[in-house]
Write a protein that binds this ligand. Structure first.
Ligand code: ADP
Ligand code: MG
Length: 456
C-alpha cells in the first residue's frame, strides 16, 4: 500500500464521520509525506489545521492507519508547502470558514480588578465625524476625571464603538492615575450584583464597595429600564459618587429620554452631565478603521479589498471587523491572502445570508426588545397601556420594512381590524416626519433590526 492509498483510506473514513464542511476544512490539502520507522508524517496546510488534527482527530486517524499498518506507532503532523491537492471548490469556499475563527473577542486581556480590556485604547480608536464629540468628551474626562463632564453619557446604535470608548477612558485613567480605583461593569452585572446582595443581605457592603471608586463605568445602562430596585440602589450610589466629584461614565443604545421605564430622577441626573452620541461612520472612517484593525492583526491585505469591504458594509463596525476576520480566517486556512475577486465571493456569502430578509418576526422582536415589552403582549389582544405605542410602531414597520398589507398587519397583531393598522401607520408616519424623538426611535429600532440579521 502506498502512502497515497493509505491516506485515501483515512480520508474516506473521516469523510463519512464528518459534515462536508468540516471534512473540507480539516482535510483538504493534507497528505502523507513519509512513512518510516513506525512513524507517519502528515503534511498539513497550516498551524490551525495541525492543531485540530492533533487534538481532535488523531485518535480516529490512528485507528484507521493501524488497521492497515499495525506496525505504525505514531502520526506526526507538520505544516508543509504541499500544494498538490487543490483547495476547495471556489464556488462555496466561503461557507467553510468556522464561525469561531471569525469572532476574535477574547477574555484573555481582561483585568481582574477593573474588568477593563487592555485592547481598547484611544490610540486604536479612529476619530470620524460620527464620533468626534463622544471621543473628545471621553478624552477630556480621561485627562481630568470628575472635573468636567459628570456623568458622561454616550449613546448610539449597536456596534458603533461605545464600549471601545468607555474602556479606552478607563484604561487611560488607570495608566495615568495608577492610584485611582476604577471599575467597568455592564448594567446586567450591576443588576445581578444587586440581586445577589439583596439575597445575601449585603447591600450596605455592596454600596460601600461602589462608593470607594474614583471612576465607575457602566455599559449599556438602558438595561436597567423597568428594574426598580436596581434603579433605586444605583441612584443612591450615583449620588454618593457624584457628591464626591467622582467620575461616572455611562453608555446606552439611546438617549436617556428614550429609555422606557427609567425613573425621572435618574433621567434628570443622566441629562445633567454631558450627552454625546455616536452615529454611523462614513466611508473614510470605515476604511481607516479597517486599516487599523488589519494592522493590529498583522494582516497584510491590499487596499482594493479594504475599500471593497468599507463600501459594502456600512451599518455597524462590529460587522466591518467581522468581515475582515472572515478574510483573515480564509487566509489562515488556505495559506494565502485572498485577492479582490475572492474577497467579493467571501463577502457575498456573508452579506446575502437568507436571514437578511426582513421577516415580520424579526421586526416584532426588535420592537419588543426596544421598548422592553414582551412579544406576547405585543401580539396578543392585551390592553396594557404600555404596549399601545410599541404596537403602533410595529404596525408601521411591518408596513414599511416587510411590506405587509394592512389586513395582514392587523391579524398578526392581535387580530385587529385593518383600519386600526392604517390608523397606526399614518400616525407614526406623520410623527416620523415631524417629531425628532420618533425619528430617532425609528432609526434605533431599525438598527436593531439590521443587527438581528447578523446574529440570526
Ligand atoms: P458598541 O459598544 O457601540 O456596540 P463596540 O465598542 O463594541 O460597539 O465596537 C464594536 C467593534 O468596533 C469593536 O471591536 C471596536 O474596537 C470597533 N470600533 C468601533 N468604533 C471604532 C473606532 N472609531 N475605531 C476603531 N475601532 C472601532
Ligand atoms: Mg457595547
Amino acid at each position: 500500500m502506498t502512502n497515497d492509498e493509505l491516506w485515501k483510506a483515512v480520508l474516506s473514513e473521516m469523510e463519512v464521520s464528518l459534515s462536508r464542511a468540516n471534512f473540507t476544512t480539516w482535510f483538504k490539502g493534507t497528505t502523507i509525506v513519509s512513512n518510516s520507522n513506525g512513524a507517519v508524517l502528515v503534511s498539513v496546510p497550516n498551524g490551525f489545521v495541525k492543531e485540530w488534527l492533533e487534538n481532535k482527530f488523531n485518535k480516529q486517524i490512528f485507528k484507521v492507519v493501524q488497521n492497515y499498518h499495525p506496525e505504525i506507532r505514531e502520526i506526526k503532523y507538520a505544516v508543509g508547502n504541499n500544494r498538490s491537492h487543490s483547495i476547495l471548490p471556489k464556488k462555496d469556499f466561503a461557507q467553510f470558514i468556522p464561525e469561531k475563527m471569525v469572532d476574535d473577542r477574547s477574555d484573555a486581556d481582561i483585568d481582574k480588578v477593573t474588568n477593563l480590556n487592555k485592547r481598547y485604547t484611544f490610540d486604536s480608536y479612529v476619530i470620524g465625524s460620527n464620533n468626534e464629540l463622544a471621543h473628545a468628551a471621553s478624552l477630556s474626562v480621561a485627562k481630568t476625571p470628575g472635573k468636567l463632564y459628570n456623568p458622561l453619557f454616550i449613546y448610539g446604535g449597536v456596534g458603533l464603538g461605545k464600549t471601545h470608548l468607555l474602556q479606552a477612558t478607563g484604561n487611560f485613567i488607570c495608566s495615568r492615575f495608577p492610584d485611582k480605583k476604577v471599575s467597568y461593569i455592564s448594567s446586567e452585572r450591576l443588576t445581578s450584583d444587586i440581586v445577589e446582595s439583596i439575597k445575601n443581605r449585603t447591600i450596605e457592603e455592596m454600596k460601600q464597595r461602589y462608593a470607594k471608586l474614583d471612576l465607575l463605568i457602566i455599559d449599556d445602562i438602558q438595561f436597567i429600564a423597568g428594574k426598580e430596585k436596581t434603579q433605586d440602589i444605583f441612584f443612591s450610589t450615583f449620588n454618593e459618587l457624584y457628591g464626591k466629584n467622582k467620575q461616572i461614565v455611562l453608555s446606552s443604545d439611546r438617549p436617556p429620554s428614550a429609555i422606557p421605564a427609567l425613573e425621572a430622577r435618574l433621567r434628570s441626573r443622566f441629562e445633567g452631565g454631558m450627552l454625546a452620541d455616536i452615529g454611523a461612520p462614513d466611508y473614510e472612517t470605515r476604511l481607516a478603521i479597517l486599516k487599523i484593525k488589519a494592522k493590529e492583526k498583522i494582516f497584510d491585505i491590499d487596499n482594493d479589498s479594504l475599500s471593497y469591504i468599507a463600501t459594502n458594509i456600512q451599518k455597524n463596525i462590529r460587522e466591518l471587523e467581522g468581515a475582515l476576520n472572515r478574510i483573515i480566517a480564509f487566509s489562515q486556512i488556505y495559506n494565502k491572502v485572498p485577492n479582490l475577486k475572492e474577497v467579493k465571493k467571501l463577502l457575498a456569502a456573508y452579506l446575502s445570508t437568507p436571514f437578511r430578509k426582513t421577516t415580520y418576526q424579526s421586526i416584532l422582536k426588535s420592537v419588543a426588545d426596544f421598548y422592553g415589552v414582551s412579544l406576547n403582549d405585543l401580539t396578543k389582544r392585551s390592553r396594557k397601556k404600555e404596549v399601545v405605542r410599541p404596537r403602533q410602531v410595529a404596525m408601521f414597520l411591518l408596513r414599511e420594512e416587510a411590506k405587509l398589507s394592512f389586513p395582514e398587519i392587523g391579524s398578526k397583531l392581535g387580530g385587529r381590524d385593518h383600519s386600526t393598522a392604517i390608523h397606526a401607520y399614518e400616525k407614526i408616519k406623520k410623527e416620523e416626519d415631524g417629531n425628532e424623538n420618533t425619528k430617532q426611535e425609528l432609526v434605533l429600532i431599525k438598527e436593531r433590526l439590521y443587527q438581528s440579521f447578523e446574529s440570526s
